[in-house]
Design a binder for this molecule. Structure first.
Ligand code: DU
Ligand code: SF4
Length: 220
């Protein structure tokens, strides 16, 4: 297994009928509004530094965010996350617009628990379970990984499943759970969705603190 093969496999996946239909219909319906660009409309693979010590894990692509751009956490116009990654020294610039824009991550890999955009940002349990093996393979291939920052309860739950952690520690902002025998620590952080950033539930300072903790645990 290697990251390039995994990427190809994910990008070609058609396993979940509901999500294949949704991601492709959204792309068809919105393509006209973005006619000067390629509308991705496929599963969104992870990306970043193959030597990453830190993994940043989200829920799933946004219908008009990553489903359009091909890159997790881009295209929905907040800029909140990449600004913080830049401040933390984990990225070479303050924003990323889409896959292939030249952004470099340092010591960081960014990925989602589920790779296709789900309606209402809510994958079903069977869609989640169908997709999670990709995360398991990705984590196995990121050999220097020390920390997984889980953005939101869904990502936290996905990481716990992937590592087989039982009983399941509760998701909280600031939660910290070392995975026994794996040399990896899970960190909980509120998701960077607008719902959290516009309301001040997650502030830039709170995100900075989590990223600082992740860097310290990662030994960089
Ligand atoms: O082809 P490549 O230089 O391995 O880059 C592929 C992909 O990974 C591209 O989106 C840049 C990103 N990347 C990164 O963010 N940080 C690294 O240290 C190496 C590659
Ligand atoms: Fe495949 Fe995952 Fe997309 Fe389902 S959600 S079709 S398993 S890539």
């Amino acid at each position: 297994d290697n990251l390039a093969d995994l990427r190809r496999e994910i990008t070609a996946c058609r396993h979940c009928p509901r999500l294949v239909e949704w991601r492709e219909r959204t792309a068809r319906e919105k393509r006209a509004a973005y006619r000067n660009e390629t509308y991705w409309g496929r599963p969104v693979p992870g990306f970043g530094d193959p030597a990453a010590r830190v993994l940043l894990l989200g829920l799933a692509p946004g219908a008009h965010g990553a489903n359009r751009t091909g890159r997790p956490f881009t295209g929905d116009g907040t800029g909140f996350l990449f600004d913080a990654l830049y401040r933390a020294g984990l990225a070479d610039r303050r924003e990323s617009r889409r896959a292939g824009d030249g952004l470099q991550l340092y010591g960081l890999w960014i990925s989602n628990a589920v790779r296709c955009a789900p309606p209402q940002n809510r994958p079903t349990p069977s869609e989640r379970d169908a997709c999670l093996p990709y995360l398991g393979r990705e984590i196995a291939l990121l050999r220097n990984l020390r920390v997984a920052v889980c953005l939101g309860a869904f990502a936290w739950g996905a990481a716990l499943r992937t590592f087989g952690v039982r009983p399941k520690p509760k998701f909280e902002h600031g939660a910290e759970h070392p995975v026994p025998g794996r040399g990896i620590t899970l960190l909980g952080c509120y998701h960077t969705s607008r719902q959290n950033t516009f309301t001040g539930r997650l502030t830039p300072e709170m995100l900075d603190a989590v990223l600082m903790r992740a860097r310290n645990l990662g030994g960089s």
